[in-house]
Design a protein around this ligand. Sequence first.
Ligand code: FES
Ligand SMILES: [Fe+2]
Length: 375
Amino acid sequence: MTNALDAGGFGVSAESSATLPSRWYRDPAIWRLEHEAIFYRTWWYMGHVSDLPRRGDYLTGRIVDQNVLVVRGHDRVLRAFHNVCSHRAHPLLEGSGNTAFITCPYHQWTYGTDGRFRGGRGCESLKDWTAGNADLKPVHLEDYGGFLFVNLDAAAVPLIDQAGRFLEDMHRACPRLPDLVRACRWEVDVAANWKTVIDNNHECYHCDANHRSLMELVDYDGQADWSDDGITFSHRIAARDLDNSAYRLEAADVEQQEALFGYIWPTAIPLMYPGSPHLAMFQVLPTGPETTRERWDFYFTSREPSDLERRFMDYVRTVLVAEDVRLCENVQQGLHSLGYHQGRFVVDRDHPEYSEHHVHFFQSMVLDSLKSVTA
Ligand code: FES
Ligand SMILES: [Fe+2]
């Protein structure tokens, strides 16, 4: 195992460190280790309180290979559970909806929306069994400013205690954050390891050459205001030109002046751009050693987007994301090259607009997490 975690020239100082070895981005052994070391002990965004306003409303989601459900009980309390039946492991709920009881489609064992086992045909005759043992297994759920996060580690430190300042930053950038509702969800599959996608997201060294429209929209030149929070970081950037080629803005449309590009370890990326009050929750969902699904949830003040909001979403989907997906898939190919093993980080902390020290920050988190389960 020591060998599997050989990080070569990776070091604690970004300035003198090599990047993580290319093997870390394709090796099934690293992928397997990441489950216990990262995926099963970190906070994962699942949805929003406005998706579950009524008793019995539910939504389902996944933490990589773990099915999870979130449901509002008849006592109005939101709870999360492993989405699996205690009888013989069939998943319980699919998608989202409303239900008075949670009934397994396989043999119809039934649970309350509080997770308590309510009955199953023939269960009275079971020996050495108590109904309480069949209750759904709870998952740690947190309402983080209306955004619902789950963590499979029951002992996990609450997100608000680790990332309170980041939530304040989001409120400052979007005072109407509490009014936002999810208007649209969009997904795209990427032929790249999840870390390739995060690495790419964590620097704008590539932006001048690859995101021409974005560079017209926001003023990256030395105006980024960064803040770090341990497991999060964010930077705020002023709008540059309302008449840009990303999506045109009228002065009257611009309630949100700045862009805010954020990150919540390991896979949630809340983003705001100049325009109407909104938040785009970009999720990097690992699906295999070399495959990732990007999911984008767009939040606005109404479930019916305005013309401006439609133009904004079109730009994100058809231009910005397409530009980054191409880069990530190309890099993933390159990570197979016999001519490449480890690269370097270009670091200039006085010029965060192109510095790559947040890529180093992320890769350090990955390395430390993996070491913590193999020590
Ligand atoms: S697996 Fe759910 S009732 Fe049998
Ligand atoms: Fe990019």
